[in-house]
Design a protein around this ligand. Structure first.
Ligand code: ADP
Ligand code: MG
Length: 257
């Protein structure tokens, strides 16, 4: 279900670590169906903001609202169940599993779906049906991300870019409304970078909302229609790429790195 004009709203977010103020009164919104970029120099507070949104961190103060619901301080799996899903690096124990197995297990791993519980005889038909649907969805996802040729390879053997494709494919298996990607293109070769960006644009055209967190300003400027710039924990500038790119304070913040 894709609904609401502003699926994600962050208001007056603050997060400290001891004496360090990582996020300092940050506020911004992400429009439904948009491809929004969150950029900023190293240490700007991007990842901390990302972690406060996805439930990995509890903010000191401020609120995170998703599709009209206050999700501040909720557990990551609860937030994922609401349809706000982040990508995860492939966990060590999943590296020995194939791409297909990784995708089969993705809904359960990320949102705690109970597909493999012990069942009463009467419920078996239903479980078999669910598994059939899951397999179908896995193959659709494999086709969409063009990873069919590596479907039976162990995740641990994949290249950096192939891993990122698998990470995004795993996130899509949970049937999200909105995807949060932290540095999705780090360590990806140019060919696969192109492929990843194409998939993001395809999904966006289908109605999914994206928040891309990136250090690399160029990628965001070329691909996002709305850009939020963080610096020293706060939102420094926000708007269309062409506006943000020429903002003196943004240029200064990046030069000061
Ligand atoms: P970015 O992702 O923009 O590079 P971060 O959100 O990772 O920035 O970090 C913002 C600030 O918070 C930095 O000064 C960083 O050192 C600090 N920080 C981030 N996480 C922690 C943590 N777990 N403990 C202490 N300081 C942290
Ligand atoms: Mg970061």
């Amino acid at each position: 279900s894709l609904s609401g004009d502003v699926p994600l709203r962050v208001e007056n977010l603050r997060k400290t670590f001891g004496g360090i103020v990582a996020v300092d009164d940050a506020s911004f919104a992400v429009e439904a169906g948009s491809l929004t970029g969150l950029i900023g120099p190293n240490g700007a507070g991007k990842s901390t903001t990302f972690n406060c949104i996805t439930g990995a961190h509890t903010p000191d103060s401020g609120t995170v609202t998703f599709q009209g619901e206050d999700i501040t301080g909720r557990r990551p799996d609860q937030i994922a169940t609401e349809g706000l899903v982040r990508t995860f690096q492939i966990a060590r124990e999943l590296e020995e599993m194939t791409v297909l197995e990784n995708l089969m297990l993705a809904p359960q791993g990320q949102i705690g779906e109970q597909l493999w519980r012990s069942v009463t005889p009467g419920a078996r038909v239903e479980v078999i049906e669910q598994e059939r649907e899951l397999r179908e969805r896995v193959w659709e996802t494999v086709d969409f991300f063009e990873i069919d040729h590596i479907a039976h390879d162990e995740a641990g053997t994949l290249s950096g870019g192939q891993r990122k494709l698998l990470e995004m494919a795993r996130a899509m298996m949970t049937e999200p409304d909105m995807l949060l990607l932290d540095e999705p293109l780090a360590g990806v070769n140019p060919t696969l970078e192109e492929k990843l960006l194409e998939r993001i644009h395809d999904l966006r055209e289908q109605g999914y909302t994206f928040l891309l967190v990136e250090h690399d300003m160029d990628v965001i400027m070329e691909n996002c229609e709305h850009v939020i710039v963080m610096h020293q924990g706060s939102v420094l500038a926000e708007g269309e790429p062409s506006m943000v790119k020429n903002n003196d304070r943004v240029i200064e913040a990046y030069l000061g790195e």
